[in-house]
Design a protein around this ligand. Structure first.
Ligand code: ADP
Ligand code: MG
Length: 702
């Protein structure tokens, strides 16, 4: 009964009607009474305060003025037609402008009658202007002058043109609350939770956020509604996770055998870090349970994820399964192949590489041995997801640098195996702020390597201007003389590819002149080269036959040349923070002190400066990710688009980190005790989910 009130179609609201309802649907996604209730004000203005015209400033504040109109004119023709009125009080004048509804406004306005106008002034041609102000005769307007917190709602140009401005939306909401008197808005949070977190009821919160009588009302309503928003998101994500665990059977890897033990005791080139040990244990435990593992392994660049992946693959082998390692680029795949082959030398483990450029004959052999089970580990690019690639028994799929692969692409790797799906370990070096991970990847299990191998020296990062490049070259020469290698990276983006490529080639010429043969050798690698040419350039650099690698961001991901200790990034202001951090991560992999030099011109935007300062200040990927989140908001970060993060109406996961954490904890606790929401106090939540997420298959809450 009561829930049908919220789901009532918006056209049934008095004052909305079919035409306006249509617009509300199209423009603001408001389909029901409930949607309208959740169209929250984005700010409030103080309507008890009146401004004098000479107090107006250019700072975007809404003003309310009392005065009279002394002149009205219609100017221009056709599209350019506009109505201008001169509005005066005892301190000065301001221009009112209308572009729409001109005829109607013209007939309504009266000279020398006192009006109250309200709007946001802008400065134009040295006069203040109010475009499409709200305007009322002074004696009709009495109601407003008592309102200290008048809600301001987002609306659109089209809605405004049809008379649905912020004020009218407010009116609709008022009507809605009047009609609502006979109904109650059901609570969706358990009562103990309201008490524990000191939250007001849902109904009260809706009322107070739209019609607050003071700042405390706004605070209490916002607190409650933000909590609800984030808590429900966490409940959803956690239920999805439980659901997945339930639905997808996985192999039981309960043995640790010769492959793992042999490697661990005889081949491991160094002691694992504590963090590596911990995550290997987490993954091992997870793969024992008979449910498909779906785990995200986060670790900063250089934290040693590859070794963790290898150890886990060996566990798969010990349990009679095969394993796959998928990388986003050919360079990276072949590098993984080389380093794993090396590590496994002398062990009875067969490893192969499969990429787009594997020759037909070799490919045929690989596919055969894959299907008959002779091949144990297959490393490759997205060539691995082709239909013809069939494992005899794929037990573990490791995906490196996950953000390069779409969710659907990943799915293709394991959907070939309808009975038992392989365990999946997704590795990413893009540190995601914890709170973002909790929301974006909240349905995956998470392991974090938060420690670098001992003895790593922090990379020293400096900002240098283009006109001091010769000094940078001097520095490069000194380091090269000590036997080190240098990356010089140029931006190359789709939109300005031609210009960027020219930049890169010019840079290459310049470096060739400054670093002449035969003392110096240079590699060049960029996306416009053939795979063969790229591999050759990369190969020479890996073998230390070239000392300088001029490249685009193709080297951003994963490439490992421990002897390279200098990273020079040209036009550094054009890169995003996490990309800069990724690039910098290509150095600092050996025992030597490494350097990162960010080159820019003197013209750098404010945000560009913050990015560069941040990078110079810290090497901590998580701190950098946090700053990135603050600068860009979650909308631009990898992966947020498919998640619910963008649907958040009130919360901001950068600003509300504490709340993200506490709601996640609260949701997990609740589901730990009552996963199927059967306890009486969880009834409201159960009801709400049933009503609002009909399309979702909550196996847990039948
Ligand atoms: P990433 O996490 O960025 O993929 P890698 O797996 O490429 O890092 O490892 C970076 C470097 O650190 C490699 O040269 C690797 O051999 C080395 N490494 C990995 N684990 C350790 C360790 N526990 N101690 C010392 N060096 C390690
Ligand atoms: Mg890596």
């Amino acid at each position: 009964m009561s829930s049908t009130f919220l789901s009532t179609a918006i056209e049934y609201l008095k004052g909305a009607g079919p035409m306006r309802a249509d617009l509300l649907k199209k423009e603001l996604d408001i389909f029901t009474f409930g949607d309208l209730l959740q169209h929250y004000p984005f700010r409030y203005v103080d309507r008890s305060k009146f401004y004098k015209i000479n107090e107006i400033t250019n700072d975007g504040v809404y003003v309310q003025i009392r005065g009279v109109i002394t002149d009205i004119q219609i100017e221009g023709v056709k599209q350019k037609r506009r109505l201008k009125a001169w509005f005066k009080d005892d301190t000065g004048g301001i221009e009112l402008v209308w572009f729409q509804g001109i005829k109607w406004v013209y007939e309504m306005l009266q000279m020398n009658t006192e009006y109250i106008i309200f709007g946001k002034p802008t400065l134009f041609n040295n006069t203040y202007n109010l475009v499409h102000p709200e305007i009322e005769r002074s004696n009709d307007a009495q109601v407003n002058t008592l309102v200290k917190f008048m809600p301001v709602y987002n609306t659109t140009e089209l809605l405004k043109a049809r008379g649905l401005e912020s004020k009218q939306l407010g009116k609709l909401l008022r009507t809605l609350f009047t009609e609502q008197k006979h109904f109650s808005i059901p609570e969706n949070l358990p009562a103990p939770m309201l008490q524990q977190f000191q939250l007001i009821s849902r109904e009260e919160a809706f009322r107070k956020i739209h019609f607050p009588s003071g700042a405390e009302d706004i605070a209490a309503a916002t607190k409650r509604l933000k909590f609800e928003e984030l808590f429900l998101l966490q409940i959803k994500l956690n239920l999805l996770k439980l659901n997945r665990h339930e639905a997808n059977k996985g192999y039981v890897f309960d043995k640790v055998g010769n492959n793992f033990n042999g490697f661990y005791t005889e081949k491991l080139p160094f002691e694992l870090t504590n963090a590596q040990k911990r995550v290997v244990k987490e993954i091992r435990n997870d793969m024992r349970l008979g449910k498909q593992m779906n785990r995200l392994l986060q670790g900063d660049v250089g934290s040693g994820k590859t070794l963790v992946a290898l150890l886990c693959m060996l566990i798969a082998l010990d349990n009679g399964c095969q394993a796959a390692l998928m990388a986003p680029t050919e360079i990276l795949a072949s590098q993984h192949f080389q380093s794993l082959s090396q590590l496994l030398e002398g062990m009875p483990v067969k490893v192969q590489l499969l990429t787009g450029s594997t020759r037909t004959a070799a490919r045929k052999k690989i596919l055969e041995s894959l299907e008959n089970g002779e091949l144990h580990i297959l490393i490759g690019t997205h060539a691995l997801i082709e239909d013809e690639v069939k494992f005899k028994k794929l037990g573990l799929a490791v995906i490196d640098e996950q953000h390069r692969f779409g969710v659907a692409q990943r799915g293709r790797l394991w959907n070939k195996y309808p009975d038992i799906k392989p365990h999946v370990l997704v590795m990413t070096a893009t540190p995601i702020p914890r709170t973002l991970a909790m929301t974006v990847y909240g349905d995956l299990d998470l392991s974090i390597i938060d420690e670098l191998p001992a003895g790593r020296k922090a990379i020293a990062t400096y900002h240098r201007y283009d006109n001091t490049r010769y000094k940078v070259y001097e520095f490069m020469k000194k380091e090269i003389a000590k036997g080190r290698q240098v990356y010089v990276v140029y931006p190359l983006i789709e939109e300005s590819a031609k210009l960027d490529l020219k930049n890169l080639m010019d840079g290459y010429d310049m470096i060739e002149k400054a670093f002449p043969r035969p003392d110096y050798r240079i590699s060049i690698v960029h996306g416009k080269l053939s795979i063969k040419e790229k591999d050759l350039g990369m190969d020479l650099f890996v073998k230390n036959e070239t000392q300088i690698m001029v490249a685009t961001t193709v080297i951003e991901v994963g490439v490992n040349v421990p002897n390279a200790s200098i990273m020079i990034i040209e036009n550094a202001e054009r890169f995003g923070l996490s990309q800069l951090h990724q690039l910098r991560g290509r150095v600092g992999r050996g025992a030597e002190q490494s350097y990162c030099i960010l080159m820019t011109s003197h013209k750098v935007s404010r945000e560009g400066k913050i990015r560069i300062e941040t990078l110079c200040r810290t090497n901590d990927g998580f701190e950098i990710a946090d700053m990135d989140l603050k600068l860009r908001g979650p909308g631009d970060l990898q992966g947020t688009r498919q998640s619910g993060v963008l649907d958040l109406k009130l919360s901001d996961i950068a600003r509300d980190q504490e709340l993200v954490k506490s709601t996640r904890y609260a949701a997990q606790q609740l589901l730990d005790i009552d996963a199927s929401l059967q306890k009486p106090e969880n009834k409201p939540l159960l009801e709400y989910l049933r009503q609002n997420h009909k399309g979702t298959n909550w196996s847990k809450i039948a």
